[in-house]
Design a binder for this molecule. Structure first.
Ligand SMILES: [Zn+2]
Length: 311
């Protein structure tokens, strides 16, 4: 068993499930949903955990949520053609969630995307995307390939249904990530299955409300050691903008989700084992501490697998 598989097995030990290889496309139930954790990290430029980004596949189409650092590398490793990722939903405009957008936008176009990159996000999204197109206009002009893939099609949205097509319904809901006025979580519904992404938030009842009975809840988490909470002038302020493991556990329990997954994991002198132990104070259901390149196949059962990073 390779290291990454061992880690998945360890992550699943608490849930009584076993890690196994992802089923081939033709073996999967047509109604199934697939969720890939592309980046599960913090703003730090770690190579083990890239920036926050999650890809959902449903009905043969792809929907990307946030595009943190390394998004294109993770898609490459998964063998997902960049040109097929043409729909991006942003939770908020902090740079750790958007720094991979230019790479997705331009590399996706150069590698064959024939339609504009469509982007939905909170206030400021359209402005950011239009300015990005302007920032790279030299490259866009000098290339001979002037198809619509070099363009952006971005829109600012508010809470509510932001996308409804091909049997997929995507709803943005407001979460609480001070000092931002506008930060979203997303609810993704397809053929009776639901995946919810918390976005960046401190403990928030809206996540519970939207994740009631969800198949998968992908939630952010942040934690620090007692020592750092007492001595650091900065860390308690960072944690006040995010969700502690005990609080996340409460969200998982109250929402009654089939499986809880941590992504966007921010730990200060706290081990993953401690993260799990602290979550277990308030939640005893299936829990996975996410890692980059984990894939969840959501059908009558939820299968978790992982892909080896490319050298
Ligand atoms: Zn963040």
């Amino acid at each position: 068993m390779k290291l990454a598989n061992l880690l998945v097995a360890a992550a699943l030990a608490l849930t009584g499930m076993t890690a196994q290889s992802a089923p081939a496309a033709e073996e999967r139930d047509a109604s199934d949903l697939r969720v890939h954790l592309l980046g599960t990290g913090s703003p730090l430029p770690e190579t083990f955990r890239f920036g926050p980004s999650t890809l959902i596949e449903a009905g043969g189409k792809k929907y990307l949520f946030d595009a943190g650092r390394g998004v294109i590398q993770r898609l490459y490793t998964l063998g997902i053609p960049f040109n097929e990722v043409d729909k991006l939903f942003l939770t908020h405009l902090h740079s750790d969630h958007t720094i991979g957008v230019p790479d997705l936008y331009l590399t996706g176009w150069v590698r064959g995307r024939k339609v504009p990159l469509q982007v939905w996000g909170p206030e400021g999204t359209a402005r950011m995307m239009n300015r990005l197109a302007e920032a790279f206009d030299y490259d866009i002009k000098v290339r001979l390939d002037q198809n619509p893939g070099s363009k952006v099609d971005a829109v600012d949205v508010g809470p509510g249904v932001v996308y409804e097509q091909d049997g997929v319904k995507i709803t943005a809901f407001a979460v609480d990530h001070p000092p931002l006025e506008s930060s979203f979580g997303y609810k993704f519904e397809y053929q009776g299955r639901t995946v919810v992404l918390s976005g960046d938030t401190r403990y928030n009842e809206e996540v519970i409300k939207n994740a009631k009975g969800a198949d998968l809840l992908v939630h952010e988490v942040a934690a620090a050691s007692d020592e750092l909470m007492k001595t650091s002038p900065v860390i308690p302020k960072i944690l006040a903008k995010h969700t502690l493991p005990e609080e996340a556990g409460k969200v998982f329990t109250e929402a009654g989700v089939r499986m809880a997954v941590y992504s966007h994991i921010v730990l200060f002198d706290v081990t993953e084992k401690e993260l799990e132990a602290r979550t277990r104070k308030t939640y005893d259901g299936p829990l996975v501490v996410g890692r980059d390149l984990m894939t969840f196949d959501i059908g009558d059962k939820i299968t978790v697998s992982t892909t080896e990073p490319k050298e």
